[in-house]
Structure formats: C-alpha cells, structure tokens
Design a binder for this molecule. Structure first.
Ligand SMILES: [Ca+2]
Length: 114
C-alpha cells in the first residue's frame, strides 16, 4: 500500500472506533456528549404528579444517527421515609424528575405518600 492509503486506513479505523465507543458509553450512562438522541412517545400513568399515586413513566430514546430505538421507563420512588421522587414527561418527551416532601402525617411507601 502507498503511504497515503495507510494513513486513510488508520484514520477510518480511528473514526469507526470512536463512533462505536461513543455509542456504547452513551448507552451505559444515558448521557450524551452532544444531542445524539431524541425522545418519542412519552407516557405517564400519573400526569398530575399526585403524591398518593406511584406513577410510571415510559419513553423511547431514538438515536439520530441510525434511528435505533431504546424504550425505557422510571417509576416514582421513595427518597427515605418522607420524600418521593416523582417522574414525569419533559417538554421534549424525555423523563424528568422532581423530589417532593410527603404532607404530614403521610409517609412514603413504595413510591407514594400514604
Ligand atoms: Ca406520583
């Protein structure tokens, strides 16, 4: 091979490696170095974020580059005995969360204030 062909082969190899490792890392962490994904079809069984109801939110992450789809979900959880982490749909269809204290005298059990 001529030198220029070797250099092109090396560059293509590095680019392919970066592409694959970026996808693996963003799949594991859910974090994006840049916006490589959009969200579609977000659903919330507790759209009003009712404290007494353990809601479940599901959405689908759609990768921009290859349109691969990755559905996933989150369920309201207790943060200790008196706070609940409520999950809901964000404006872009992503899943967002907010922590709220249970009103006295209720306590948090299985993702809801009871
Ligand atoms: Ca809730």
């Amino acid at each position: 091979m001529a030198d220029i062909e070797k250099k092109i082969a090396v560059v293509l190899g590095v680019v392919a490696l970066l592409f694959v490792s970026y996808h693996v890392i963003s799949d594991i962490t859910g974090a994006a170095l840049w916006s490589n994904a959009e969200y579609d079809n977000c659903r919330d069984t507790d759209p009003d974020d009712f404290l007494g109801l353990q809601g479940e939110v599901t959405t689908t992450r759609v990768y921009v580059l290859d349109e691969r789809e990755n559905p996933f979900g989150k369920t309201d959880i207790c943060l200790g005995g008196h706070r609940v982490e409520q999950y809901s749909c964000g404006d872009g269809g992503q899943i967002i969360h907010t922590a709220q204290y249970c009103p006295r005298p209720t306590v948090c059990r299985e993702g809801a204030c009871v």
